[in-house]
Design a protein around this ligand. Sequence first.
Ligand code: SF4
Length: 248
Amino acid sequence: MTLAELQRLAPAEIRSLNERFESASPQEILGWADERFGMDLALMSSFGLEDVALFDMFWRINPKARIMTLDTLRLPTETYTVMDRVRARYETEIEAFTPDSEAVSEMVRDRGYNLFYMSIENRKLCCQIRKVNPLNRALSGLGAWITGLRRDQGMARGTINIIEWDEVHKNYKINPLANWTFDQVREYVVTKNVPYNELHDQGYPSIGCAPCTRSIQPGEDLRAGRWWWETDPNAKECGLHIVEKAAR
Ligand code: SF4
């Protein structure tokens, strides 16, 4: 049993915190999480606009704030650039989790380098090996993790709570930006001069791996640029964020 399980909050306590945090700022939520979980807490970052804004807030609360990332080894150059800028600006170490090299070699040997364009099954396998498995490793030692999910990103994200028990990883998932809009995030980044991914200036609201992300046109859904060749709009998740309702 993990420490987080031993220290698990009662469902009524989570409900009450969620009610309280509905009108709280992201900084208040981060402050509570920092106090409750200390160094057992980390931001899981893909270095999109939400994540760099959150890390700036988190770092201002705790200069030793932990930041983790999943380096799929297929990220755009611009993402590695912003990672370097974040490291320099905050003098912080980024805890990067990479895929198992043997699993990647076998997958590529069997199905090709760009297997994800050929079928949803292939795409899910690639996401499993390059993202989900490293995420499981990253989260195995944490009491809680912070995400940049927002409700207005749609799909399953529309119903997230600010604090959720993550049954898959047996820890807490904290979504301080659940109530924020993209414009609020952008304003924070501009106001605080936070380093951000230059692809956001080229029509990319959401940035993942290079071969699986494109820019979007005005009026398109914010996640339309992810796995754009797939036609099912409800399939635009990679398995990193399974919303767990049990702890509401
Ligand atoms: Fe593979 Fe694309 Fe998923 Fe990245 S987003 S892990 S390249 S399928």
